[in-house]
Design a protein around this ligand. Structure first.
Ligand code: GLY
Length: 280
């Protein structure tokens, strides 16, 4: 069993050492807790669990603490890809709920598995998901000061369970100050992709991730016989050609774990047979 999570990007210049340590501690705790969960649950159940913990943590830009869009509202997006069933489900621009990833999980059972905006909110109401305001005072302050932080705090998880099944999940509050109606990569196959060979979750600028279909490309290359390192190298080379900004986490079916970023640096933690590693 293996597990890796990410909490988006970290900027040395705009963030304190205190926040860095808080993120390290939070990621290590969530990786350890989710690994315990993985011992008795499937990969797909575990990625939902891990991402819901990340959504509930105000340090990250997903669920509670999501960034505010140009019209002053929070809209969140999340998705799950079950590498075993190959089913993808997600919500795009959903409002006023605590855990978008839980809504994506419910959609796994439906014929229509990706819902946007009003449709996603209507579905949440039908499923009796309580209303919840994910706004934090600090996000409102950033919004009022018009600080654009470019979606650097998306969260994600990839897990390999005891039966060799892989799943990936990703959740975001978007990039901040985006136009209403903008679609994030996080609820697309470009930002979140898994099959029987590998799973990938991305963070960074959604437009760049979609432009190179980053998660899909890495997983497809691994499926077609590339080593994980080569699949990352070629896909990140293509990202560089458009001066793209992204990071990705990956687990392969043999249990190899990899992460890479185009800029310093993505924050992550992994748990491999109970041993937790974390970004420094
Ligand atoms: N990767 C998050 C976003 O661009 O929305």
């Amino acid at each position: 069993m293996k597990l890796i999570i990410h909490g988006g990007f970290f900027s040395e210049s705009s963030t304190s050492l205190e926040i860095k340590h808080a993120k390290q501690n939070a990621l290590k705790e969530i990786a350890g807790d989710s690994y315990e969960y993985l011992k008795t649950h499937t990969a797909v159940e575990t990625v939902v669990y891990a991402v819901s913990l990340l959504e509930n943590n105000l340090l990250f830009n997903a669920g509670l603490g999501s960034q505010i869009q140009s019209d002053g509202k929070i809209r969140m997006s999340s998705s799950i890809h079950d590498g075993n069933s190959k089913k993808f489900s997600g919500v795009i621009n959903v409002q006023n709920i605590q855990n978008p990833i839980r809504l994506a999980e419910l959609l796994m059972q439906e014929d229509d598995r990706v819902l946007g905006a009003e449709g996603a909110n209507k579905y949440a109401a039908e499923k009796n998901i309580p209303l919840y305001n994910p706004e934090l005072p600090q996000r409102r302050k950033e919004y009022e000061e018009k600080v654009k932080s470019l979606g650097l705090g998306t969260v994600g998880c990839v897990a390999l369970d005891g039966e060799g099944k892989i799943a990936a999940a990703t959740s975001t509050g978007g990039k901040g100050f985006e136009l209403v109606g903008r679609i994030s990569d996080s609820a697309t196959a470009a930002g979140n992709f898994a099959n029987n060979f590998a799973g990938v979750s991305c963070t960074g600028v959604g437009e760049d991730i979609v432009s190179v279909a980053l998660a899909t490309k890495i997983v497809t290359r691994i499926s077609d016989g590339f080593s994980m390192e080569k699949a990352f190298e070629k896909s990140f080379f293509e990202l560089k050609e458009i001066d793209g900004f992204a990071g990705a986490i990956c687990i392969e079916k043999d249990g190899s774990i990899h992460h890479q970023d185009s800029h310093p640096y993505m924050v992550w933690a992994s748990c491999d047979e109970g041993i937790i590693e974390c970004f420094q």
